[in-house]
Design a protein around this ligand. Structure first.
Ligand SMILES: [Zn+2]
Length: 164
C-alpha cells in the first residue's frame, strides 16, 4: 500500500470531469475507479482515485461542489433576481407603477359602500361625496399622475419606432 497516500499524477489544470475509457473508448467519469461502461479499472485503488479527486477539486474553488459521478462541471446558478419592470419595458408591456394609490381607491370604495346603506338622505349624500372624492383622488393620482410620470421617465430611452 505504498502508493495509497501518493496519488498518481493528476493534471489539476484540466477541468474535464470525463475521460474516454482506454478500453472501450466511451466517456466515463474521470474520478471513478472503474469505467461505468465496461468496468475497466481506470485507477489502481480507491484511495488513489480519491486522493486524485481531492487534489483536482481543491485546485479550483469553483470545483468545491462537484461530485465524482458528474460528467461535467455544474452550471453556475441562474440569476434569481429579475427586474420585471425592465423586462416588461423591453417586451413593450405596460405595467402600472408601484403605488399606494390603490389603497386610497379602496378607502373611497368603503365610503361609497357605506353610502349604499339606507341612512338618512343627508348622511348618504355626504358619504357619497366623501367616497367619490377619495376614489377620484386615488384614480387620478395613480393613473394620471404616477403612470404618466413613469411613462415619461421611460419613454426617453425607448426606441423611436414605438411612436408610429
Ligand atoms: Zn470502458
Amino acid at each position: 500500500m505504498a502508493v495509497a497516500n501518493k496519488p498518481r499524477y493528476v493534471d489539476v489544470s484540466n477541468p474535464s470531469l470525463a475521460v474516454h475509457c482506454p478500453n472501450c473508448g466511451l466517456i466515463t467519469p474521470r474520478f471513478l475507479e472503474y469505467c461505468v461502461n465496461d468496468g475497466y479499472q481506470l485507477w489502481p485503488s480507491p484511495e488513489v482515485v480519491s486522493a486524485a479527486f481531492k487534489a483536482w477539486r481543491d485546485a479550483d474553488p469553483s470545483r468545491a461542489l462537484v461530485s465524482r459521478y458528474d460528467l461535467e462541471l455544474p452550471r453556475p446558478p441562474a440569476e434569481a433576481e429579475i427586474d420585471y419592470s425592465e423586462r416588461a419595458h423591453q417586451l413593450g408591456i405596460h405595467i402600472f407603477p408601484n403605488s399606494n394609490y390603490p389603497f386610497i381607491i379602496c378607502i373611497g370604495f368603503l365610503f361609497l359602500g357605506l353610502a349604499a346603506i339606507p341612512f338618512s338622505a343627508t348622511t348618504r349624500i355626504a358619504l357619497l361625496v366623501i367616497g367619490g372624492l377619495i376614489f377620484l383622488y386615488g384614480v387620478v393620482g395613480w393613473v394620471l399622475v404616477e403612470d404618466v410620470q413613469l411613462y415619461e421617465s421611460s419613454s426617453g430611452e425607448s426606441s423611436p419606432e414605438v411612436h408610429h
